[in-house]
Unconditional design. Structure first.
Length: 138
């Protein structure tokens, strides 16, 4: 009888563990996250090499991608106030950078610095999504 109960317990424990692993969402599965990442990478990485032309001509794409991401329905694992707050900040900061570039009220150094901060904010959000998954697993 003890072996039977132990077998049932182990079966339930393994099934639960497998279910937890399968239900975790990866940040890369969020389509709007991917879209923002694409817009960010096409503007940020050239700036690291001193090429600010992509951000000067495509800053509006960051705004549109940030808006779409902020307004999207997140995967259940990421539907948390902390992530939503960071997405709102990302959108506000994307709009601010775009406005400064369009109004030509910013130096190249300021563009580079603001874009780097926006890049850091993006990684904060991705990190928060990964942290949510870790919390769900425990």
């Amino acid at each position: 009888m003890k072996n039977y109960k132990l077998a049932i317990f182990l079966f339930i424990a393994v099934a639960f563990a497998i279910n937890k692993g399968v239900s975790q969402t990866k940040p890369g599965s969020w389509a709007e996250l991917k879209a923002y990442h694409t817009a960010m990478s096409t503007t940020f990485h050239p700036s690291e090499e001193g090429n600010l032309e992509p951000i000067k001509t495509r800053s509006g794409e960051l705004v549109e991608a940030a808006k779409a991401w902020k307004n999207s329905t997140p995967p259940a694992d990421f539907n948390k106030p902390n992530i939503k707050e960071k997405l709102n900040q990302l959108y506000i900061e994307s709009v601010a950078l775009d406005n400064l570039i369009k109004d030509k009220k910013v130096t190249d150094k300021e563009i580079k610095d603001l874009l780097a901060k926006l890049h850091d904010r993006f990684h904060e959000i991705v990190g928060a999504c990964k942290a949510e998954n870790k919390e769900e697993a425990h």
